[in-house]
Design a protein around this ligand. Structure first.
Ligand code: TXA
Ligand code: MG
Length: 321
């Protein structure tokens, strides 16, 4: 089926209240018509996402900001112009047309214009705003290929659009512009340095407490336990885990590794590392490893987002994820 027909079919599914998985430049999203409460409820169920965790609303163009948010500040217009379509989510005051279920009862809403051509074509064809979390089960690793989505959610989704592997590979940057000072809630595809340059001021980092699941201690996690280590301490840590009888993977640029370790390569370059991170974490589970050991990249540019996700993947786990 030609892509445009497939997109038409997906757009119709959305308009009928269905669920559509679609590619964005960051990760694949699981979309529902943002103004259709029933559809959004099904979305929460498919993801296994607890109610009260707000969704990002995807729109087809920056000009639409004022249709979905109230009192849009100049800073938001400026960032929209500079970074949209692209991997930036802006938190603004919610327009009343957005049902409460979408924002988990918050008075704010996260809005973004994705840059993947399939996402933009879908938003245009549907003529709707699309509420979409990452298309994975709650707490697990975000999908960066259509195949990841089919394996994890296939039967629960009406249409899965395949737009190839995601080019950014980690989720969008979330910037809260609803308060007095711009606050970074999640590092992502647009770097803090870029935002500070665009705004001409410092952007503060969110200081804990969270409605955002991306801010829970354990999130973005594979089944295997994730262990962080300093580069020079890594071999010893690995030997210790091996001695405990575990199947151990090491994620990262190839180096000298003890015998019996599953090496999962991850490029040194920050952009490539971000792009391949989630596929590599999924690989750890596919290869039935019990634990994966990795170092954190330097926290500049996209390295900040990669380090953030790895820390959360290594975070303490409570009950079900
Ligand atoms: O790159 C992305 O942002 C991807 C693609 C599909 O667009 N989406 C994504 O959605 O990562 P999700 O649901 O996995 O993560 C959305 C994050 C959550 O941490 C959520 O709590 C936060 O955005 N969020 C959404 N609305 C918010 C709001 N009004 N205030 C604070 N955080 C919000
Ligand atoms: Mg997610």
């Amino acid at each position: 089926m030609p892509v445009s027909e497939e997109i038409q079919r997906a757009a119709e599914a959305l308009r009928r209240g269905g669920l559509v998985a679609f590619p964005t430049e960051t990760v694949y999203g699981l979309g529902a018509d943002a103004e259709n409460e029933g559809a959004v409820r099904r979305l929460f169920a498919a993801k296994g996402r607890p109610a009260g965790h707000p969704l990002i609303v995807h729109i087809g163009a920056g000009e639409l900001l004022s249709a979905w948010a109230l009192e849009v500040p100049d800073s938001a217009w400026r960032l929209a112009e500079l970074f949209w379509p692209g991997p930036l989510t802006l938190i603004l005051r919610r327009a009343p047309r957005i049902p409460e279920i979408v924002t988990g009862g918050l008075l704010t809403v996260g809005l973004r214009v994705p840059s993947h051509p399939v996402a933009l074509a879908l938003l245009t064809a549907a003529g709707r705003a699309v509420a979409a979390p990452s298309a994975n089960r709650f707490g697990s690793v975000s999908p960066t290929t259509a195949e990841h989505v089919r394996r994890e959610l296939g039967s629960l989704v009406d249409v899965v659009l395949d737009g190839g592997p995601c080019s950014v590979g980690v989720e969008s940057t979330i910037l809260d512009l609803s308060g007095a000072d711009p606050t970074l809630l999640r590092p992502g595809g647009v770097t803090r340095e870029e935002l500070e340059r665009a705004l001409g001021r410092r952007v503060s980092l969110h200081a804990g407490g969270a409605r955002a699941p991306g801010q829970l201690a354990s999130h973005y996690a594979p089944r295997a336990r994730v262990v962080l280590a300093e580069a020079d301490a890594l071999p010893a840590r690995v030997r210790e885990l091996l001695a405990g009888g575990l199947r151990v993977a090491v994620l990262g640029p190839a180096g000298e590794l003890p015998e019996g370790v599953v090496a999962i390569p991850l490029p040194e370059d920050p952009k490539e590392r971000a792009r391949e991170l989630y596929t590599a974490l999924r690989r750890v589970d596919e290869l039935s490893c019990d634990v994966v050991v990795t170092t954190l990249p330097p926290e500049v540019g996209l390295g900040t987002a990669v380090a953030d996700r790895l820390r959360r993947a290594a975070g303490p786990r409570k009950g079900e994820r």
